[in-house]
Design a protein around this ligand. Sequence first.
Ligand code: C2E
Ligand code: CA
Ligand code: CA
Length: 630
Amino acid sequence: MKRSKEELTEFISRMQEQQQQLFKQAKQLELTPQSMKTVLYELCENIAMIMRADRVSIWLFNDDQTALTEHLTYAADSIAIPIVRELNFYNAKLYFEAITSQRVNSVDDITTNEAFQSLPSNYLVDTPITSLLDASIIMSRGIGGLLCCETVKRRNWTKLDEVFIAAFADMLSFVFDRLNRLEMENRVHELAYTDLLTGIDNENAFIEKVNDKIHKTGKELFGAFLYMKIDQFTSIQSVLGQEGTKESLKKIAIRLRSLFPEGSIFARIAFDHFIIFTEHSSDHEKDENTMEQILSELRNPIMISDQKLFLTFSYGVSLYPQHVTDAYEGIQAAKIALDSSQKMGNRKTRAVYEPLMYEQWEEEMHSEMNLGKGLDMNEFCLFYQPQVESVTHKVTGVEALIRWQHPEKGLLSPAAFIEIAETTGHITQIGEWVVSQACQQLKSWEQKGLGALTISVNISPRHFLHYQFPKFLYSCIQEYNIDPAKLIIEITENVAIEYSKIVELQIQKVQNLGFPISIDDFGTGYSAFLYLQRFSIQEVKIDRQFVTDIENDPKSRAIVRAILTLAKSLHMHTVAEGVETIGQMKKLEELGCFEIQGYYFSKPVPIEELNSWLLASPRFPFLYLPIPPA
Ligand code: C2E
Ligand code: CA
Ligand code: CA
């Protein structure tokens, strides 16, 4: 179909206008699929006019490109919207191949087109289509969908038509990429703030909501933090098993919510621990009565699969602004009050926080967990867990994980002492010890011909932000003569985003020395995606939580895909943690994750074990882990 010069000029200016409008809409922060629908409908109408088509539709692929679903259709009055709104790969193989293998799929006559004939026969019911022109919507994750123009009368599509439709499809790519990205961010946010088991808030959300309330109301607020613990939890677990325990926690969460006044804030904070922030009247007697009433209601039995469960609770209380200044302190003080009350027994205990309790707690921690002595006596050691390149399964490095060979308690995992080390301030010394150990190990490997391996170390936020941390790292390069590119510094996203300027400067200082930075437990913190956009970082480690369900849960898979896409666009390296099965590994490889770490290949092991294995590797110095049997 010939077009006059005037006509062409007009079309191009219309297209530009359309593009302008789309970009303006798509850049809005509150962009939703709903808010975009009207704009997209208008776009399709305009496309129909410019292309002289009778029907223009947008179709979107599912994650693995096995289904194509209609998103929106503009149809001229003379023609109906097709009744088939979803096409399945298995019923329309040739058509799927045609549209995914070329930029534009141009069909002048569908009756003679083999690929089109593979569509279900009812696609054409009521719609006498003769010609069609499809252009793929190319998104950052691959072909995401299709823009489809159809005409009743036969058309010989020209090169110009193909150029036009491809240009329109590119406009759509931008819009859908942005919509996808926003959806992922919302999902990650939801996961970062929700306790997946009970569906109520988790600690992150609790801290943020309470701090917000404190910030808005200030010192006029009379707030109480209640740290509650179920007394009979161990027996519930042994009697009811995993499912029953989950069920009972859910029911308890619902009951707690119904008993406290509206506006109270709740979270499940550890396995059987709940934290509540509620306003109080500051009339001591009245508050105590209210609490008694709540506790007696809580004692009413809970039904779990025909069994009556009688539960009691213990709790500690701290008050705002009397004892604490924010949510984090509130939780800690209420927990200390609870712990202190439990010295009197382990059922139905309660206590209100007193400053003396903190001193006692600190003293106990110091004497029970004598970290200083542990360091002096050389009781710590590092275990190493290999990290393996995706697909080739070549070992590229290890993560160093600390253990404490405690003289009385035996081999302790970091969970037993890192938090205490952070409170008592020993964490800096521990971190320095870990880094020095790792440097010595790198040097020793270099001498053994294993100089290509990297070591990742975990540095706690407080240590990372310490003004002398870069200076310490510099002294290590000097002392051990190592290549800093081989020592990866892992930090979590919770390295306070509020102090982002300080974080940014510190990240830069460490990177300027040549050390790569990796974000650990990615996706579980406050502001995962924001973090990546704000700071320039070398690596992300996808948290185990998303890896565990990657085979069965489309949500986890979508999140992993989103993280990988974003990381790739920012040229970041990616590692998946906690990979335990071949299925999880395959899925991660398919999604394009660079490296895999987890029990599937190896648990963290002592250095002797790792070394004997590395040096015995048949293809030394290229190290391939033997693949465990499926
Ligand atoms: P992380 O940095 O996320 O380390 C990964 C943890 O997951 C390790 O636990 C590791 O043993 C475990 N893990 C690895 N693969 C799998 C798997 O396939 N399945 C399962 N279920 N678990 C797996 P670990 O060694 O107990 O360390 C726990 C946390 O303690 C670490 O989490 C890290 O945050 C912290 N940590 C460890 N070493 C240090 C250290 O030297 N300094 C500091 N500040 N923190 C450390
Ligand atoms: Ca780590
Ligand atoms: Ca981790």
